[in-house]
Design a binder for this molecule. Structure first.
Ligand SMILES: CC(C)(COP(=O)(O)OP(=O)(O)OC[C@H]1O[C@@H](n2cnc3c(N)ncnc32)[C@H](O)[C@@H]1OP(=O)(O)O)[C@@H](O)C(=O)NCCC(=O)NCCS
Length: 216
């Protein structure tokens, strides 16, 4: 019988409200420019929600420049014209031993372009981060957000996160189950599907660029 994470993943392939499924892919060095473009397009309100303050462009440039793909994991969702519309950063840090006896804990930050909201992109990025933690034997996932961020609070609650509110900030954490064959397979399948989708869209974009006459 199929294990729950795999069943959930298969169900998740059905897009929200009859839309195309949302496929989440691990990003790497070649995506750094796309990541920067996505984050720079966030308006000041979204920057406040994502980073906890209205960070200027220079700080976003420095943040993206410093992402270490060897240590952290970055997930993305691209739209049909190969624009990055969803970005999730899963950062690992040594545990202080308060909530877990594992060596590391993870913290997740996410943003979705305003044009792609309400289609399940944020939820799928969060689910992918959680399953990645599960398969990496990390059992505690943190997320910091403002209590006014109702959308994110909804996603966190839906995922079963415990939320502690203090001075307008919410510290949410999720206790994650140990890995299982189903969770490993669900993540591997998603990555393969997403890689095919990403490659097809990247090639289509390159072909359009190639065949579009340049303006003189
Ligand atoms: C928060 C954010 C990532 C959500 O992305 P998204 O792709 O729109 O999210 P989804 O479509 O997966 O889910 C949105 C859910 O919130 C619900 N929602 C939307 N507005 C809501 C509100 N005001 N109050 C409560 N729930 C709300 C939707 O109904 C949906 O729930 P459902 O899936 O149960 O129907 C996106 O709005 C964003 O990038 N915001 C700015 C940055 C940010 O806040 N980052 C989080 C801090 S780390």
């Amino acid at each position: 019988m199929l294990d729950n994470p795999l069943q959930r993943w298969i169900q998740g392939l059905r897009g929200k409200k009859g839309r195309a499924p949302v496929l989440v892919k691990e990003l790497g060095e070649r995506d750094r420019r796309r990541m920067l473009r996505h984050l720079l397009a966030l308006d000041s309100g979204d920057r406040l929600l994502r980073f906890g303050s209205q960070v200027p462009d220079e700080q976003i440039i420095a943040y993206v420049g410093k992402i270490d793909f060897g240590r952290d994991i970055v997930f993305g969702v691209v739209n049909h014209v190969f624009q990055l519309v969803g970005l999730g950063h899963l950062a690992f840090a040594p545990s202080d031993g308060k909530k877990t006896d594992k060596e590391q804990v993870a913290e997740f930050g996410v943003s979705v372009s305003s044009s792609a909201r309400g289609q399940g992109v944020g939820t799928r990025l969060f689910q992918r981060a959680a399953i990645h933690c599960r398969n990496s034997d990390v059992d505690t996932l943190y997320m910091q957000c403002l209590t006014s961020n109702q959308t994110m609070m909804h996603i966190a609650r839906k995922a079963g996160m415990r939320i502690k509110r203090e001075y307008g900030e919410a510290d949410a954490h999720l206790e994650i189950a140990p890995p299982s064959p189903g969770s490993v397979m669900a993540e591997a399948l998603e990555e393969q599907f997403a890689t095919i989708d990403y490659t097809v869209k990247a090639n289509a974009r390159a072909a359009v660029k190639f065949f579009t006459p340049r303006k003189r």
